[in-house]
Design a protein. Structure first.
Length: 255
């Protein structure tokens, strides 16, 4: 390697470092500025998690019939043990959101390099966008949004890795990612259904019988058990927001 090549590498690395530090400093500044931001929807999940942590089950009011007034089942489960030991659920969710953004950034970088064979500059730019200050703002709201975005990223990457490498292990990752993402937000099922339709209709050389075990064991069977439990526990398959926003069957009719 010549001295010119060495100098070029140092300058390139320095440029990347300056760009990263600049964006990351804005990201960090947004977190500091928005530390007192509160979003009322977050506290719905926190109340359910609090009741669960105190041994009262998943319910809004202790002693009353269980209700599903949330749509982020997994977040409620995650927060309950933290609340049990005295942690602040708002800051736990914020930290998880920030970590999710950083992990997503790393995943996008390596996916761009390994899966899509982009050069370093393109991969760097493709991943650094995740450190946009709006992401920090969303994380500070204390909702599952950033974790949900990470879940969608894992679904897409594991599915793409399976298609390109034809290794069944990636289907297990796909199933688990799909399950977790659905439990964070039910609309995550849309992406999963699209992937499964592509898998069924694809003309690639895929052993379609071999994919049954990974998908059944990590996705379909757990989902079936989950819905059985939901109907047994809540008496309904869909959460309260559906009946409030889509139908008029939540409240009894007057007159």
């Amino acid at each position: 390697m010549t001295e010119t090549d060495t100098t070029k590498k140092i300058l390139t690395f320095s440029l990347y470092a300056i760009i990263f530090l600049y964006i990351f400093s804005i990201f960090t500044y947004t977190i500091i500025v928005r530390r007192n931001t509160h979003f009322d929807d977050s506290y719905i999940s926190y109340r359910y998690a609090l009741n669960l942590a105190q041994g009262n089950g998943i319910t809004w009011n202790v002693g009353e019939q269980p209700t599903e007034g949330y749509t982020n089942f997994l977040l409620v489960l995650i927060l309950a043990p933290f609340i049990k030991v005295g942690a602040n659920p708002l800051w736990v969710t914020r930290i998880l959101g920030i970590l999710a953004i950083l992990i997503t950034t790393v995943l996008l970088y390596f996916a761009a390099r390994n899966l899509f064979e982009m050069d370093k500059a393109a991969a760097f730019l493709a991943s650094i966008i995740m450190l946009h200050p709006f992401g920090a703002f969303v994380a500070m709201l204390g909702l599952e949004t950033c974790l949900y975005s990470l879940g969608l990223t894992l679904i897409l990457l594991s599915f793409n890795y399976y298609l390109t490498r034809n290794e069944l292990s990636y289907l297990y990752y796909f199933g688990l990612s799909s399950l977790a993402t659905f439990w964070l937000r039910p609309e995550g099922a849309i992406l999963v259904i699209i992937c499964l339709i592509y898998l069924v209709l694809s003309r690639r050389s895929i052993n379609k019988k071999a994919v049954i075990l990974p998908l059944v064991s990590t996705l379909f069977l757990p989902l079936a058990l989950y819905f059985v439990w939901k109907y047994w526990y809540f008496g309904r398959l869909l959460p309260n927001p559906y009946y409030l926003k889509v139908t008029d069957t939540f409240f009894p009719q007057s007159g």
